[in-house]
Design a protein. Structure first.
Length: 285
């Protein structure tokens, strides 16, 4: 049976990448200055940051409606027998709830999965799901494999400020990092579907060094990894610096390079500009 894959815009895979994978993406929304914009369609991350810096109100976000998911599923099922729908953590957004409501109208032809992560954590799951489908796995087998992989996956990042996460209520256990200490950089992880504290260091140089060491340790402990580098607007140079420090890894062998990625408008609305991080998965399923 053929399987189509649907995700949402917080996977932060480019439209070109999604098209090459044959994946449909349903956009979330950004509310900014009284206007509602579709993520990546009507508003990009750079435009968002420019508007915030120009004094426009702080952004907020919202999930797609069940009707939007139903439309995506109906179109996908014109070409496929089943749909596998992968979405950002239900503890960070109501998106997976909207998807599940829509799926009820399609019986067992649509399976909705809570990735328990976001941005390239979700993106890596989408990429792996397409590989598993192409390898002949059923939807149930893909879900089982993703659950096994996601239990070992890791998303770690540092932000320039916690203000965006705090104001949007997405800070979770990382609230312990709040404070006014000069030049303290928070280290954050997505764990169990929530943003949690991963520590804090003084200065951006030490924050980047933590990311580098984290990748090395993960690769060593798991015998290899898939690694994606990510950044919001303003974090591009730091992302390149982290990559450069990891040039000695066994790229193409023990370590699979999943590329450099720009974080989209919805995730930027919560992480703010200047964020940089790494998404990691075990090399094999």
């Amino acid at each position: 049976m053929s399987i189509a894959i649907v995700t949402d815009s917080t996977s932060d895979l480019t439209p070109e990448h999604l098209a090459s994978l044959g994946v449909t993406s349903v956009p979330l929304y950004v509310l900014l200055g009284g206007q509602l914009y579709q993520d990546g369609v009507q508003l990009g991350a750079r435009q968002l940051v420019e508007q915030v810096r120009a004094g426009n109100a702080m952004p907020s976000t919202s999930q797609p409606s069940p009707a939007e998911f139903a439309q995506a599923y109906a179109r996908a099922l014109e070409q496929a027998d089943e749909v596998l729908s992968l979405h950002l953590s239900g503890q960070l957004s109501g998106t997976v709830g909207s998807a599940r409501l829509a799926a009820q109208d399609f019986g067992d032809r649509v399976t909705v999965v809570d990735s328990r992560t976001v941005t390239l954590g979700l993106g890596l799951q989408v990429v792996r799901a397409t590989e598993l489908v192409q390898a002949g796995q059923s939807a149930a087998q893909v879900v089982q494999t993703l659950e096994r992989v996601s239990s070992q996956a890791d998303l770690r990042f540092t932000v320039d400020t916690l203000d965006f996460l705090r104001l949007n209520g997405r800070i979770g256990g990382a609230s312990a990092l709040l404070g006014g200490l000069l030049n303290i950089k928070p280290l954050l992880v997505v764990r169990g579907g929530r943003v949690e504290a991963g520590g804090r260091v003084r200065g951006q140089k030490k924050a980047l060094a933590d990311l580098v060491e984290h990748v090395r340790r993960y690769v060593s402990e798991h015998g290899g990894a898939r690694v994606a580098f990510l950044a919001t607007v303003g974090g591009e140079e730091d992302r390149a610096a982290v990559r450069a420090e990891l040039s000695g890894l066994d790229w193409g062998g023990q370590v699979r390079d999943m590329g450099d990625h720009e974080i989209g408008a919805v995730v930027t609305a919560h992480a703010g500009p200047g964020a940089v991080g790494v998404a990691l998965e075990p090399l094999s399923a």
